[in-house]
Design a protein around this ligand. Sequence first.
Ligand code: COA
Length: 171
Amino acid sequence: MSLLIRKAVGTDAETISNLGKKAFTHAFGYLLSDISLRKYLNKVYGTEKIAESLAKKSNTFWIAELENTTVAFLKMKWNFGLNKKASETEANLQHLYVNPDFTGQRIGETILKRALEETKERKTNKLWLEVFPEGPDSLRFFIKQGFAVHGKYLHPFDDFELEYDVLVKHL
Ligand SMILES: CC(C)(COP(=O)(O)OP(=O)(O)OC[C@H]1O[C@@H](n2cnc3c(N)ncnc32)[C@H](O)[C@@H]1OP(=O)(O)O)[C@@H](O)C(=O)NCCC(=O)NCCS
Protein backbone atom coordinates (compact mmCIF):
# COMPACT_ATOMS: atom_id res chain seq x y z
CA MET A 1 0.00 0.00 0.00
CA SER A 2 1.49 3.32 -0.94
CA LEU A 3 0.90 6.54 0.92
CA LEU A 4 -0.19 9.51 -1.15
CA ILE A 5 0.42 12.96 0.29
CA ARG A 6 -1.20 15.94 -1.37
CA LYS A 7 -2.30 19.46 -0.58
CA ALA A 8 -5.91 19.62 0.52
CA VAL A 9 -8.58 21.53 -1.42
CA GLY A 10 -11.99 22.93 -0.49
CA THR A 11 -13.81 19.65 -1.11
CA ASP A 12 -11.65 17.97 1.56
CA ALA A 13 -13.22 20.06 4.33
CA GLU A 14 -15.67 17.43 5.54
CA THR A 15 -13.08 14.66 5.53
CA ILE A 16 -10.63 16.79 7.51
CA SER A 17 -13.40 17.80 9.91
CA ASN A 18 -14.35 14.16 10.58
CA LEU A 19 -10.75 13.01 11.01
CA GLY A 20 -9.91 15.98 13.26
CA LYS A 21 -12.86 15.23 15.52
CA LYS A 22 -12.05 11.53 15.68
CA ALA A 23 -8.32 11.92 16.28
CA PHE A 24 -8.63 14.75 18.81
CA THR A 25 -11.25 12.83 20.78
CA HIS A 26 -9.11 9.71 20.76
CA ALA A 27 -5.96 11.53 21.89
CA PHE A 28 -7.25 14.21 24.24
CA GLY A 29 -11.00 13.77 24.69
CA TYR A 30 -10.58 12.36 28.18
CA LEU A 31 -9.17 15.71 29.35
CA LEU A 32 -12.44 17.59 28.71
CA SER A 33 -16.01 17.26 29.93
CA ASP A 34 -18.52 16.04 27.31
CA ILE A 35 -19.91 19.57 26.87
CA SER A 36 -16.50 21.24 26.56
CA LEU A 37 -15.34 18.57 24.13
CA ARG A 38 -18.39 18.99 21.90
CA LYS A 39 -18.00 22.77 21.86
CA TYR A 40 -14.27 22.53 21.16
CA LEU A 41 -14.72 20.04 18.32
CA ASN A 42 -17.39 22.17 16.65
CA LYS A 43 -15.38 25.36 17.08
CA VAL A 44 -12.05 24.00 15.88
CA TYR A 45 -12.97 21.06 13.61
CA GLY A 46 -16.46 21.99 12.36
CA THR A 47 -16.76 21.55 8.57
CA GLU A 48 -17.45 25.26 8.01
CA LYS A 49 -14.49 26.31 10.13
CA ILE A 50 -12.19 23.95 8.22
CA ALA A 51 -13.59 25.15 4.88
CA GLU A 52 -12.88 28.79 5.86
CA SER A 53 -9.43 27.82 7.01
CA LEU A 54 -8.73 25.94 3.75
CA ALA A 55 -9.69 29.01 1.74
CA LYS A 56 -7.12 31.28 3.40
CA LYS A 57 -3.86 31.91 1.54
CA SER A 58 -2.05 32.08 4.87
CA ASN A 59 -2.73 28.36 5.52
CA THR A 60 -1.72 25.14 3.78
CA PHE A 61 -3.26 21.76 4.60
CA TRP A 62 -1.80 18.45 3.50
CA ILE A 63 -3.60 15.16 3.69
CA ALA A 64 -2.24 11.62 3.56
CA GLU A 65 -4.24 8.91 1.82
CA LEU A 66 -3.86 5.14 1.90
CA GLU A 67 -5.98 3.36 -0.70
CA ASN A 68 -8.36 6.34 -0.94
CA THR A 69 -8.76 6.53 2.83
CA THR A 70 -7.60 9.76 4.46
CA VAL A 71 -5.33 8.70 7.30
CA ALA A 72 -3.75 11.99 8.38
CA PHE A 73 -3.78 15.73 7.91
CA LEU A 74 -1.48 18.60 8.77
CA LYS A 75 -2.20 22.32 8.86
CA MET A 76 0.48 24.97 8.57
CA LYS A 77 -0.19 28.64 9.26
CA TRP A 78 2.49 30.69 7.51
CA ASN A 79 4.03 33.97 8.67
CA PHE A 80 2.69 33.58 12.21
CA GLY A 81 5.16 34.07 15.04
CA LEU A 82 5.61 32.50 18.44
CA ASN A 83 4.31 35.74 19.95
CA LYS A 84 1.09 35.22 17.90
CA LYS A 85 1.87 38.22 15.71
CA ALA A 86 2.73 38.33 12.01
CA SER A 87 6.29 37.25 11.27
CA GLU A 88 7.70 36.56 7.81
CA THR A 89 10.18 34.02 9.10
CA GLU A 90 7.99 31.95 11.41
CA ALA A 91 5.25 29.39 10.84
CA ASN A 92 2.85 27.61 13.19
CA LEU A 93 2.13 23.93 12.76
CA GLN A 94 -1.45 24.03 14.02
CA HIS A 95 -2.67 20.49 13.52
CA LEU A 96 -1.03 17.16 12.83
CA TYR A 97 -3.37 14.25 13.29
CA VAL A 98 -3.01 10.64 12.23
CA ASN A 99 -6.12 8.44 12.30
CA PRO A 100 -5.74 6.48 15.57
CA ASP A 101 -6.14 3.20 13.64
CA PHE A 102 -2.99 4.08 11.65
CA THR A 103 -0.53 5.57 14.19
CA GLY A 104 3.01 4.24 14.55
CA GLN A 105 3.42 3.60 10.78
CA ARG A 106 5.62 6.64 9.95
CA ILE A 107 2.63 8.47 8.47
CA GLY A 108 3.09 11.41 10.86
CA GLU A 109 6.77 11.59 10.02
CA THR A 110 6.15 11.43 6.26
CA ILE A 111 3.49 14.16 6.15
CA LEU A 112 5.62 16.40 8.41
CA LYS A 113 8.63 15.93 6.10
CA ARG A 114 6.51 16.99 3.13
CA ALA A 115 5.37 20.14 4.92
CA LEU A 116 8.97 20.91 5.94
CA GLU A 117 9.98 20.89 2.26
CA GLU A 118 7.73 23.88 1.75
CA THR A 119 9.20 25.78 4.70
CA LYS A 120 12.48 25.71 2.75
CA GLU A 121 10.82 27.34 -0.25
CA ARG A 122 9.54 30.15 1.97
CA LYS A 123 11.62 32.29 4.30
CA THR A 124 10.53 30.29 7.33
CA ASN A 125 13.37 29.64 9.75
CA LYS A 126 11.35 28.85 12.85
CA LEU A 127 8.47 26.38 13.11
CA TRP A 128 6.50 26.21 16.34
CA LEU A 129 3.53 24.32 17.74
CA GLU A 130 1.59 23.67 20.89
CA VAL A 131 1.06 20.18 22.22
CA PHE A 132 -0.72 18.84 25.27
CA PRO A 133 1.91 17.56 27.70
CA GLU A 134 -0.61 14.87 28.60
CA GLY A 135 0.07 13.34 25.19
CA PRO A 136 3.52 11.77 25.85
CA ASP A 137 3.49 9.98 22.47
CA SER A 138 3.14 13.24 20.59
CA LEU A 139 5.83 14.96 22.66
CA ARG A 140 8.21 12.05 21.96
CA PHE A 141 7.32 12.19 18.27
CA PHE A 142 8.11 15.90 17.93
CA ILE A 143 11.34 15.72 19.96
CA LYS A 144 12.42 12.94 17.59
CA GLN A 145 11.60 15.22 14.66
CA GLY A 146 14.00 17.88 15.96
CA PHE A 147 11.68 20.10 18.00
CA ALA A 148 12.69 21.36 21.47
CA VAL A 149 10.47 22.43 24.35
CA HIS A 150 10.40 26.22 24.41
CA GLY A 151 7.97 26.85 27.26
CA LYS A 152 4.40 26.51 28.46
CA TYR A 153 1.19 28.16 27.34
CA LEU A 154 -2.17 28.23 29.09
CA HIS A 155 -5.14 27.64 26.80
CA PRO A 156 -8.51 28.75 28.20
CA PHE A 157 -11.53 26.51 27.80
CA ASP A 158 -15.03 27.43 29.07
CA ASP A 159 -14.59 26.57 32.68
CA PHE A 160 -10.89 25.72 33.05
CA GLU A 161 -7.45 26.09 31.49
CA LEU A 162 -5.11 23.49 30.04
CA GLU A 163 -1.36 23.86 29.96
CA TYR A 164 0.33 23.18 26.62
CA ASP A 165 4.00 22.69 25.84
CA VAL A 166 5.25 25.06 23.17
CA LEU A 167 7.79 23.36 20.90
CA VAL A 168 10.12 25.01 18.41
CA LYS A 169 12.18 23.70 15.51
CA HIS A 170 14.84 25.92 13.96
CA LEU A 171 15.16 25.38 10.23
C1 COA B 1 1.80 12.23 17.21
C2 COA B 1 1.41 11.63 15.86
C3 COA B 1 1.17 12.77 14.86
C4 COA B 1 2.59 10.76 15.38
O1 COA B 1 2.29 10.19 14.09
P1 COA B 1 2.57 8.65 13.82
O2 COA B 1 2.33 8.39 12.39
O3 COA B 1 1.83 7.84 14.82
O4 COA B 1 4.12 8.58 14.18
P2 COA B 1 5.27 7.90 13.27
O5 COA B 1 4.90 6.50 12.99
O6 COA B 1 5.62 8.78 12.13
O7 COA B 1 6.48 7.96 14.28
C5 COA B 1 6.54 7.03 15.32
C6 COA B 1 7.37 7.64 16.38
O8 COA B 1 6.57 8.63 17.02
C7 COA B 1 6.29 8.21 18.36
N1 COA B 1 4.88 7.86 18.40
C8 COA B 1 3.93 8.80 18.57
N2 COA B 1 2.74 8.24 18.66
C9 COA B 1 2.89 6.92 18.49
C10 COA B 1 2.01 5.82 18.47
N3 COA B 1 0.69 5.99 18.72
N4 COA B 1 2.49 4.59 18.21
C11 COA B 1 3.81 4.44 18.02
N5 COA B 1 4.70 5.43 18.05
C12 COA B 1 4.26 6.67 18.30
C13 COA B 1 7.24 7.17 18.72
O9 COA B 1 8.26 7.87 19.42
C14 COA B 1 7.77 6.63 17.41
O10 COA B 1 9.11 6.62 17.47
P3 COA B 1 9.94 5.21 17.57
O11 COA B 1 10.32 4.87 16.17
O12 COA B 1 11.10 5.55 18.42
O13 COA B 1 9.01 4.23 18.18
C15 COA B 1 0.16 10.72 15.94
O14 COA B 1 0.40 9.67 16.83
C16 COA B 1 -1.10 11.47 16.36
O15 COA B 1 -1.85 11.92 15.52
N6 COA B 1 -1.34 11.59 17.67
C17 COA B 1 -2.54 12.22 18.21
C18 COA B 1 -2.66 13.67 17.89
C19 COA B 1 -1.48 14.51 18.30
O16 COA B 1 -0.97 14.38 19.40
N7 COA B 1 -1.09 15.44 17.41
C20 COA B 1 -0.01 16.35 17.70
C21 COA B 1 -0.47 17.63 18.31
S1 COA B 1 -1.24 18.70 17.15
